[in-house]
Design a protein around this ligand. Structure first.
Ligand SMILES: Nc1nc2c(ncn2[C@@H]2O[C@H](COP(=O)(O)OP(=O)(O)OP(=O)(O)O)[C@@H](O)[C@H]2O)c(=O)[nH]1
Ligand SMILES: [Mg+2]
Ligand SMILES: [Zn+2]
Length: 289
């Protein structure tokens, strides 16, 4: 038996990377898999067959599982936003950060298309101050590409962000010859569909596995208790112990250290507004369970 990582599954075939080779596998005993899922990123055990083929016998326990994109064992989400067109979707950025943290996956924020702006704007340093890893890149001038390449090494990463921000272009810049399809923002809108459609892990030199994903702007927050949300906002988590009530949700409670920090300008108002919006959503979802 060999062990490997599933890169992609399509049409009943599963490509598994093991010791630098790719094995084309099928699933042993279809009925045994009923109701069980197998995702790119899953570590699997397979019986090797002649001609670099095999049968997958077992999926090993997962460390993480992202819902969108559905990839297992992801170590980091590269959240890509564009500083030009399309403009930064700050709400989606915060949503992606919360989603990543809740799944136990480290977020890396990439502000792309720096070649098109003279000033990245006041909110970009905010995220670095919050403790996030922030990169400024250009797939055209290749600014920041080496840093991005380095971050991808020996890791399973997924790229996420709206359509047209340059996720595929960045991967092409990281790995010349990859030739992922890209398309102008205007064409994407005109065609009304994404350039990147299937989710698969691409093996890059340096032991990197990366998933390019179709752009999206809709994303449901993962199920969580309302008290948990503030943990995923570092600036609030750091102050919550100063609140009068231990179960403070930082809405309108008296003696709330988070609100005081917002009033004092120590917590960014937009971030706080997003927190309140997400809190509503989390509470709505709680009622459905
Ligand atoms: N000027 C400039 N243009 C860029 C940069 N990165 C990407 N683009 C352009 O932006 C457009 C969209 O790039 P894609 O790589 O297709 O975007 P994507 O995020 O993969 O989009 P989807 O696959 O639809 O989700 C293309 O026309 C790219 O050439 C950049 O750093 N600078
Ligand atoms: Mg793409
Ligand atoms: Zn509070």
């Amino acid at each position: 038996m060999l062990e490997g990582i599933l890169l992609r599954g399509r049409g009943g075939f599963y490509d598994v990377q093991s010791n630098g080779d790719i094995w084309r596998c099928t699933l042993r005993g279809k009925h045994r898999w009923f109701g069980r899922e197998i995702l790119p990123g899953d570590r699997v055990r397979f019986q090797p067959l002649p001609g670099q083929q095999g049968t997958i016998e077992e999926v090993l326990p997962r460390q993480t599982r992202l819902v969108r994109p559905a990839v297992a064992n992801v170590r980091q989400v590269i959240v890509v936003m564009s500083l030009a067109l399309p403009p930064v979707n700050w709400l989606l950025l915060d949503r992606l950060l919360v989603t990543a943290e809740a799944a136990g996956v480290a977020p890396v924020i990439v502000f792309n298309k720096v070649d098109l702006v003279t000033d990245a704007g006041p909110l970009v340093p905010l995220y670095r101050d919050l403790g996030y890893s922030v990169m400024l890149t250009s797939a055209v001038t290749l600014v920041g590409i080496e840093q991005l390449r380095h971050a991808l090494q020996h890791n399973i990463s997924v790229f996420a962000g709206p359509s047209g921000v340059g996720k595929s272009s960045l991967l092409n810049a990281v790995q010349p010859g990859l030739r992922l399809k890209t398309a102008a923002v205007s064409e994407k809108i005109a065609r009304g569909r994404h350039t990147t459609r299937h989710v698969e892990l691409l093996p890059l030199p340096g032991g990197a596995l990366v998933a390019d994903t179709p752009g999206f702007t809709q994303l449901t927050l993962p199920a969580m208790k309302r008290e948990e949300l503030a943990y995923f906002f570092p600036e609030m988590a750091a102050r919550a112990s100063g609140c009068r009530f231990t179960n403070c949700l930082h809405q309108a409670e008296p003696g709330c250290a988070v609100r005081q920090a917002v009033e004092a300008g120590e917590i960014n108002r937009q971030r706080y507004a997003h927190y309140l919006e997400f809190l509503e959503e989390v509470m709505q979802a709680e009622r459905r369970y």
